[in-house]
Design a protein around this ligand. Structure first.
Ligand code: SF4
Ligand code: SF4
Length: 100
């Protein structure tokens, strides 16, 4: 099956994962956020440098996330734009893999 959500700068910028409580205590994500300006300057962006857009790229490379916290995808513009509520998984892409 082809990728449902394109991994491009436009979607990365709309993504609300960087503010999600699932990632709030991740040291790995904190490190990526510090380098984010440089990561966003690359075309195409590199999956392992972006702390979000997991609906496009699949499971997070950072392994210290906390999925007991609430996923914020339902409030993301990318989620509604690509009608991700009708797909699987319908959130927690950082844990469960890319949107299909
Ligand atoms: S739907 Fe979720 S993973 Fe996809 S861009 Fe929005 S917040 Fe990020
Ligand atoms: S995919 Fe959902 S749970 Fe994971 S970081 Fe993004 S908003 Fe949070």
């Amino acid at each position: 099956m082809s990728q449902k959500v394109p991994f491009d700068l436009s979607n990365v910028k709309k993504c609300v994962c960087p503010g999600c409580p699932v990632q709030a205590k991740s040291g790995c994500v904190a490190g990526l956020k510090k380098q984010l300006a440089g990561a966003l300057a690359k075309t195409p962006p590199k999956k392992e440098e972006i702390p979000g857009a997991y609906c496009a790229t699949g499971r997070a490379t950072c392994t210290d996330l906390d999925p007991s916290q609430p996923c914020q995808c339902g409030g993301c513009p990318v989620f509604s734009e690509y009608n991700l509520a009708s797909g699987k998984p319908a959130g927690y892409y950082c844990r469960d893999g890319q949107a299909m």
